[in-house]
Design a protein around this ligand. Sequence first.
Ligand code: RB5
Length: 148
Amino acid sequence: MKIALACDHGGVNLKEAIKKHLIGLGHEVVDFGVNSSESVDYPDYALKAATSVANKETECGILVCGTGIGIGIAANKVRGIRCATVGDTFSARMTKAHNNANMIALGERVTGLGLGLDIVDAYLNSEFEGGRHQTRIDKMMDIEKNHL
Ligand code: RB5
């Protein structure tokens, strides 16, 4: 898969570990930064990765900040993005299966590297179940259409 990655200064180490892991699995990674611990504003990097997913230049995206919350909220402001902040493998699996999330966000200050990589695997190895979940997604996307 072609996967977008981005982080702020609070997520560089986990982002780098995820990048290495994904490349090792044979995925193509588009890294939108950052690559240093110098303080930056997470919306700037959420926007770059989310835009590439929304424009279908990448198939899905993985974001990291300190908590995974700010960068996830910012990504969800881009039309067409469904980004879930996840800190466990069950949620990672379910957000693909039920929400067809096209991005996930993790928090490096919350989640260790080992669990972080398991979360990524759980998300990427899950399938959207469609059916009643598609109806609910359609309703979510209608909200986006009418309110954003
Ligand atoms: C940066 O200090 C921190 O606020 C950011 O990484 C993230 O946790 C925000 O939600």
